[in-house]
Design a protein around this ligand. Structure first.
Ligand code: SF4
Length: 370
């Protein structure tokens, strides 16, 4: 038998599925995502082996700064959408951002993510450019910086890259255009094709490109999720952050809450998506997202065991955390950065993984592309 063939075995080592690891098909992905709860362990085990063989058992930190919850857009699922009047809007000062960056550097995170609602005004664009230069200067260029600031023009992405942004995370949320339309207002500002083009622009500019999807959305099918995984593969994405959809009561999509799978079912689908992605895209970086932990107290540990190798400890000043609620029951909103660090350390080592302190942990998929 070709050695690339692997059996996925359950606890009793009874073969459940046979897959060719070098040629994962849509049908394989469909089967993975359809596994019943008592057979998921076998999928996790296979993904764990693929992870160990291709990227090792190291988890890398990306210190997350939620820079601002001011957003010009109105995605129908998002708690900080522009029209939600119940949100107290904030923007961190330059000093607060630089202090958080220093915390990341001093605690050997080696990586920073700056995330914000989407704004395309020139003041915002140039503020980010200045912040990038300042952070690098104040931390002796020790940090790799990821931006997650939404859709922008070629010139803006280039400006930020020239100022020292290395990676960019732009989630497609769903690869199905019809479903995308159900998640976004039809106002000319939320276009699927524009989002895909933005991903292509980031690739042209040689960013490490990240994307991701929501799992367990209303109207979403297993076929949609299979195509989501294939989308990430077709666009040759270097790093992925994806997690279960969690409803927020101040959003238009909340009216479909009765169509949703239970929270546990959405969590299990999340685990299956992470494991399937690891098996499909063996050398990319995959984040264990906080949305996984929101649905299961050990959600991030389980995601790490199922193939994730990146975690994003929140280092936003505590007083702002409760105002960056993209979804309800978001964890880690009342622990400061030091507490968060200790808690995560324990969680990660409990999975048998080590923490990649002082390491950029670039996506191997990206570095191999050359
Ligand atoms: S998902 Fe992003 S762009 Fe959409 S409303 Fe929320 S913060 Fe704004």
């Amino acid at each position: 038998m070709d050695k690339s063939f692997k059996y996925i075995a359950n606890k009793d080592k009874k073969s459940v599925l046979k897959v060719d690891l070098d040629n994962i098909t849509a049908n394989d992905l469909y089967n993975f995502l359809s596994l019943p709860e008592n057979e998921i362990e076998s999928l996790i085990n296979l993904a764990a082996k693929v992870k160990e063989d291709n990227v090792g058992n190291t988890v890398y930190y990306r210190g997350l700064i939620e820079y601002s919850n001011i957003c010009s857009k109105n995605c129908l699922y998002c708690g900080i959408r522009a029209c939600n009047a119940n949100v107290v809007r904030y923007e961190l000062s330059e000093e607060e951002v630089v202090n958080a960056a220093r915390f990341a550097a001093e605690h050997s995170y080696a990586n920073l993510v700056i995330q914000s609602g989407e704004r395309s005004d020139s003041e915002f664009i140039h503020k980010i450019a200045r912040l990038l230069s300042k952070i690098h200067a104040e931390t002796d260029h020790k940090l790799r910086i990821t931006l997650s600031l939404g859709e922008h023009t070629y010139d803006t992405y280039k400006l930020w890259k020239d100022c020292g942004a290395d990676r960019y995370l732009l989630r497609i949320e769903t690869s199905n255009e019809d479903l995308y339309k159900k998640l976004h207002p039809n106002d000319g500002k939320h276009s699927y094709s524009k989002r895909v083009k933005a991903i292509e622009t980031l690739r042209k500019l040689e960013y490490q490109v990240g994307s991701g999807v929501m799992i367990g959305l209303p109207f979403q099918t297993i076929e949609h999720m299979v195509n989501d995984l294939l989308f990430l593969k077709n666009y040759d994405i270097d790093m992925v952050g994806m997690g279960p959809y969690i409803e927020h009561q101040d959003t238009p999509l909340y009216k479909y809450k009765d169509l949703l799978l239970s929270k546990n079912e959405r969590f299990l689908l999340g685990v299956k998506m992470v494991a399937s992605l690891r098996i499909l895209m063996k050398d990319i970086n995959i984040a264990a997202t906080t949305a996984m932990q929101a649905l299961n107290p050990n959600g991030r540990e389980i995601a790490i065991m199922a193939g994730a190798n990146v975690i994003m400890p929140n280092i936003t000043p505590l007083k702002y955390r409760k105002e960056y609620l993209l979804y309800e029951d978001k964890p880690c909103t009342d622990e400061d950065s030091e507490q968060c660090l200790k808690c995560l350390e324990k969680r990660i080592t409990s999975t048998g993984n080590q923490i990649g302190y002082d390491s950029w942990g670039d996506s191997k998929h990206f570095t191999r592309r050359g």
